[in-house]
Design a protein around this ligand. Structure first.
Ligand code: HEM
Length: 202
């Protein structure tokens, strides 16, 4: 990280000047809608967001940043270390995302010194997000599995995540332990249970 992006101890302190600029005419919302439109179209970033709506990505990021910049308690999502636990993200990919963000901030006319402060805040999270291998998520000190499947008989009806057909109460589905993606017996037989990049057990 270059020195100019550093604001150290104060990096997560409320920043009333930056928040005032972002709150005016919903600049923060406009920036994030533009940013995620580009992220979802980006060949290196889009695949991470499979199964996550753009609206959800924008809203989570909005309340996360608003809480940091304004100091108002309004974010109820995961901490970045947990939210990104399974994503293999290199320093170089993180830089790529930051470059996209910086272009976006400038396109929307955020003043230079405020762009630097925004970037410094995001840099705080680099160490939590960049990693060479997935990290198990912890719940109550216990590591949760990253990959694998389990079978369960559903108690309420649902739709198969692969073929979309109805699964009645009592029928068996196979679900992926990290993503929760659940598929019907017919799809399991055809090997369709895996989320992207995961091999299907037969
Ligand atoms: C290359 C870099 C990054 C990638 C590929 C990435 C990807 C993602 C994805 C796919 C999600 C959705 C997770 C889900 O809904 O299950 C997410 C959520 C989130 N990300 Fe990132 N992210 C990156 C960098 C960052 C940075 C730098 C920050 C903070 C400044 C950040 C903050 C968040 C937050 C707050 C959430 C919401 C967590 C929640 O759902 O509770 N991300 N990210």
């Amino acid at each position: 990280m270059s020195g100019e992006h550093r604001r150290r101890r104060g990096d997560l302190a409320p920043d009333p000047e930056l928040w005032a600029a972002l709150a005016e005419n919903d600049l923060l919302g406009r920036i994030l809608r533009d940013f995620y439109e580009r992220v979802y179209a980006d060949p290196r970033l889009a695949h991470f967001f499979e199964g996550v709506t753009r609206q959800r990505a924008v809203e989570k990021q909005y309340s996360f940043l608003k809480q940091i910049f304004s100091g108002e308690k309004c974010y109820f999502g995961d901490r970045p270390r947990n939210a990104h636990h399974w994503m293999v993200i290199s320093d170089e990919l993180f830089d790529h995302r930051e470059a996209l963000m910086e272009q976006c901030l400038r396109r929307h006319g955020l003043a230079d010194h405020l762009v630097r402060r925004w970037r410094a805040t995001e840099e705080v999270f680099r160490k939590q997000i960049v990693k060479a291998a997935p990290r198990p998520r912890k719940l109550g000190g216990v590591e949760l599995p990253l990959e694998g499947y389990d079978d369960v008989d559903v108690t309420v009806g649902m739709l198969c995540d692969a073929c979309g057909s109805e699964v009645p109460p009592g029928a068996r589905v196979r679900y992926h332990v990290r993503t929760g993606r659940s598929v019907c017996a017919g799809c399991v037989a055809q090997g369709a249970s895996a989320p992207p990049g995961v091999e299907v057990p037969r």
